[in-house]
Design a protein around this ligand. Structure first.
Ligand SMILES: Nc1ncnc2c1ncn2[C@@H]1O[C@H](COP(=O)(O)OP(=O)(O)OP(=O)(O)O)[C@@H](O)[C@H]1O
Ligand SMILES: [Mg+2]
Length: 460
């Protein structure tokens, strides 16, 4: 029997969630004006006006909670910005809205069942915003000293076994001896003199808020990612503090599994189990419902983006249909570059390889091939983002490649071309560099042709 999830939640670090969307790093949003009309070039996006307008309407529907039971499908040829638009939607939704991106092909892992992969993705895409009054130690780090010990397995590595930390405010000062788990967080966060931090008194969770000026022997920089406070804060070190956190249902599942397995020693553990017991998820759901009823928490439905949706099979689609109808459902965005094709694992043809009953629930947004001018604009933005200098001729050539092959291919050639240029002692990429990399790296159309040609050469 599974009892209710305890109130003390510890955030689980999301290593697995760090997704590679770096080719879309230039995208900051949908680039719409206040009436929801797309600006020609804005927020890193170029052209694709109708699709962006549609995406803007979707964002509004999501924010107003009017997407229940429905999903979105981006359809268009390769490299027309389907993934880019999904990323832009996520950026528009705000920081604490979960966004999970996966490819349909990720379902076919040898170790985990397809539905478990999907279930996990779904639960990572649903946030629960919890407001809690916690007891914390909060203050500015005046002194920090780690007690180091040898790593149990690797003699070359030393790990903190504990730490002594002195926190200070204008009215108070406290020296704390902290355990290995807290010391590990302090080390990982790089906590040093002058940092304003808090440590949760019960769970040991450490958070850095910023840096406070004027602490003796602390080093300050002209440029830093942290906020610098001019004044030392006041008040007691040990106090109650309201904390708002957004956890995902998957965090809670994992937390529960860890509790059950008594793996309390590690922060940032990975689940050892291949599958989470449905009973656990049920218990988590019940608890969350209670929190919602008592206004202890708010639901933050996020986005689950599944690229290459034609890779999903019937079982996966029926799972997604059920998810759309359930009470905790993220917004499901699918994308595909396939036209009429067989539904995976069957002989049934369907538009985009998607069963009709699920197609009925999807709002379909087409993306269209770019004009050469748009391709030029996008390549310029990407070059800027990657700090790459292109000569006029190199840019012209990339535009040509983008129009003839695909934008994706043109974008991908830039980094290798930079390396070629560097080897030739230049900072600027010239047309010759592009020519060379386009010969040694081919796009998929050419690679398929080559594979066909070689196939005839193979022994039968
Ligand atoms: N309208 C746009 N404005 C700016 N950058 C774009 C735009 N459309 C695409 N890009 C960029 O061009 C590259 C290719 O686009 P993207 O990967 O989104 O295409 P896709 O439609 O998802 O292709 P595929 O079908 O191959 O998955 C990416 O780096 C993307 O960020
Ligand atoms: Mg894509």
């Amino acid at each position: 029997m599974v009892s209710a999830v305890p109130v003390e939640i510890r955030e689980v670090t999301r290593k697995a969630e760090v997704r590679r969307i770096s080719v879309h790093s230039h995208i900051k949003g949908l680039g719409l004006d206040e009436n929801g009309e797309p600006l020609p070039v804005a927020d890193g996006l170029v052209g694709q006006i109708e699709a962006r307008k549609a995406a803007g309407i979707i964002v509004q529907m999501i924010k107003e909670g009017r997407m229940a039971g429905r999903g979105i499908l981006f359809v268009g040829p390769p490299g027309t910005g389907k993934t880019a638009l999904a990323v832009a939607i996520a950026r528009e939704l705000g920081v604490d809205t979960p966004f999970v991106a996966m490819s349909g092909s990720e379902l076919y892992s040898a170790e985990i069942k397809k539905t478990e992969v999907l279930m996990r993705a779904v639960r990572r895409a649903i946030g629960v915003r919890v407001r809690e009054v916690r007891r914390v130690y909060e203050g500015v780090v005046k002194e920090i000293k780690f007690m180091m010990a040898r790593h149990p397995f690797n003699p070359y590595v030393k790990i903190p076994r504990g730490a002594r930390i002195t926190l200070t405010t204008r009215d108070d000062e406290k020296t704390l001896e902290v355990s290995e788990e807290i010391a590990a967080q302090l080390a990982e966060l790089g906590i040093r003199k002058g940092d304003l931090i808090w440590i949760d008194a019960e769970t040991g969770l450490v958070r850095k808020i910023g840096r406070v000026k004027g602490v003796e022997k602390a080093r300050y920089y002209d440029i830093d990612i942290w906020h610098y406070y001019e004044k030392m804060p006041s008040g007691r070190i040990f106090k109650e503090k309201e904390i708002v956190r957004t956890l995902t249902l998957h965090d809670l599942d994992q937390y529960y599994v860890a509790q059950k397995a008594a793996v309390t020693a590690f922060l940032g553990f990975e689940i050892a189990e291949k599958e989470i017991d449905p009973e656990i998820r049920k218990a988590v759901d019940e608890t969350v419902k209670k929190w919602l009823e008592t206004k202890k928490a708010e639901l933050v439905p996020g986005v689950l983006f599944i690229d290459d949706a034609h890779m999903l099979d019937v079982e996966a689609f029926s799972f997604l249909t059920r998810v759309m109808e359930s009470e905790f459902s993220p917004i499901i965005i699918l994308a595909t570059n396939r036209g009429l094709t067989k539904i995976k694992g069957t002989d049934i043809e369907s538009p985009h390889g998607i069963p009709l009953d699920i197609l009925d629930r999807l709002l379909i947004i087409p993306t269209k091939p770019y004009t050469p001018d748009e391709i030029r604009e996008i390549i310029k933005i990407r070059a800027d983002e990657e700090d790459i200098r292109l000569s006029e001729e190199a840019l012209d050539l990339l535009v040509k490649i983008g129009a003839e092959h695909s934008l994706r291919y043109a974008v991908q050639l830039m980094e290798p071309a930079r390396i070629i240029a560097q080897r030739r002692g230049r900072n600027e990429i010239k047309a010759d560099d592009i020519k060379e990399v386009s010969k040694i790296f081919v796009d998929t159309r050419v690679s398929v042709e080559l594979a066909k040609k070689w196939e005839e050469l193979f022994l039968k």
